[in-house]
Design a protein around this ligand. Sequence first.
Ligand code: P6P
Length: 336
Amino acid sequence: MSKPNQTLGEFIIENQTSFKYTSGELSRLLNSIRLAAKVVNHEVNKAGLVDIIGNAGDTNIQGEDQQKLDVYANDKFIQTLTKRNIVCGIASEEEDDFIAINSQDENNQNKYVVLIDPLDGSSNIDVNVSVGTIFSIYRRVTPLGTPVTLEDFLQKGSAQVAAGYVVYGTSTMLVYTTGDGVNGFTLNPAIGSYYLSHPNMEFPKDGNIYSVNEGNYSDFPIGIKKYIKYCQQDEGERPYTSRYIGSLVSDFHRNMIKGGIYMYPKSSKNPKGKLRLLYECNPIAFIAEQANGKASDGFTRIMDITPTELHERVPFICGSVNMVEKAEEFMRNEEK
Ligand code: P6P
């Protein structure tokens, strides 16, 4: 249920009753993410002005250079979620292991865990290209009041209770779902409030934009190569337009509005793909499906994959349903 110019805070409260687990805790959790995103946005938007650009001099578990804003964003989201004592555990792309919150307190009745990519696309920071935050929320599966375990984080994407992203672009937007459609809110930086700007977001069933790093073309599976050549053929609606920002959130957001497909296939350099299942693919897949789009690894629905490791990677194809199904058709034909 949405009203024009509704703020994110009003929307969360007004819609919490439609959320089957309603207890207000999820609303408080979404509000804490809203707050952290505003703080991170403030730093991202002035990255060029202070000495916060450049490497933090460390690397994360992925072996990727940690940009200072990566570290800043990670700290802010963890601090906000911890201080407000809303969740019982956090996993982050920037943390080797999950973080148990107040795990010694047997009275800790917090039932949600959050998995987050605090600043996705961070290699774009130094060149002033948009980046994003991605989050995924689950109910814990182990008993309340006990320390969270890895089992609470290694849940299928289909068990998510909420997921969303913040895109720090020409404007800052927060887009999320609790399983009842997808809504987008735009930040008015002058007053620090997010306003409902994109109610009930839906993927067009078809589109003519394909997003993939064609620099890796020679290394792609045959099915992906054939799909890319299909996109480039001059026939009917094709050739399509190639658009690749190098920031999943930005490519996904544009494709959801205009129609399109995003692909990060496996290759010899990334034998399981590059994107992480738990805090990139699953939350984006949840949003995609809630917006009548589709997300798979080329063969299996992303949200049906049973995770085995916190930072595991999967091949990722996501976007307009007709485009994803066409790519899957090429992948299946090569598997026969
Ligand atoms: P490449 C950013 O690191 C990211 O995880 C996604 O946001 C982005 O789409 C992809 O990797 C870019 O990877 O190898 O094409 O530079």
